[in-house]
Design a binder for this molecule. Structure first.
Ligand SMILES: [Zn+2]
Length: 183
């Protein structure tokens, strides 16, 4: 027995339209987006109302140059802070000698050298010093040490211990400290 091909039933009207080429032979399924009345009303007013705005997340890369800039800024703010902290009526006494100088001329002396990041911006490690004493500290740390001992027992050991720790100061720490010492 010969197998019969299934015949697709198409109305005469439809077949005529297909033959004329006004409609495609096979109906094209179109995805109909169902939109609620409320949504449609909003869309009528603003067609872009529901369009997702791509959020640009830009990665902020902090270069070494930026870090150097932050360190410089923090040094400057911190120095100003220390000099003001010990000022009396705009004048500051050197921590290691009787010299008294205006805030602008006194310096921020570090007991543990500024090269050490663990103590560079530590208030306990810093005192105002006249330029002469600050310069002299590079060759003789004794006067600063004696003055610290005179202030508080154990502070020299405390600062020395801290300085032995390897500290890598993060950029966020730098930013935080800049904010802290900003006046
Ligand atoms: Zn001095």
């Amino acid at each position: 027995m010969k197998q019969q091909t299934p015949i697709r039933k198409v109305s005469l009207k439809r077949q005529a339209a297909i033959d004329a080429g006004t409609i495609p032979k096979y109906p094209v399924r179109q995805a109909i987006k169902k939109v609620s009345a409320k949504r449609a009303a909003i869309l009528a007013e603003n067609p872009n109302a529901f369009r997702k705005v791509p959020t640009k997340i830009r990665e902020v890369k902090i270069t070494d140059t930026d870090r150097a800039g932050l360190i410089k800024k923090l040094d400057s703010l911190f120095s100003k802070y220390i000099r003001n902290k010990y000022a009396v009526n705009g004048m500051v006494k050197c921590f290691t000698c009787p010299t008294v100088l205006p805030i602008a001329r006194i310096q921020n002396g570090h007991f543990i050298s500024r090269a050490n990041m663990a103590t560079r911006w530590l208030e306990e490690n810093c005192r105002p010093q006249c330029p002469k004493c600050n310069g002299n500290h590079e060759v003789n740390t004794r006067p600063f040490e004696n003055a610290l001992i005179g202030e508080a027992y154990g502070s020299v050991e405390y600062l020395t211990d801290l300085s032995r720790r390897t500290t890598r100061i993060s950029t966020s720490e730098l930013i935080y400290l800049i904010e802290k010492y900003k006046t």
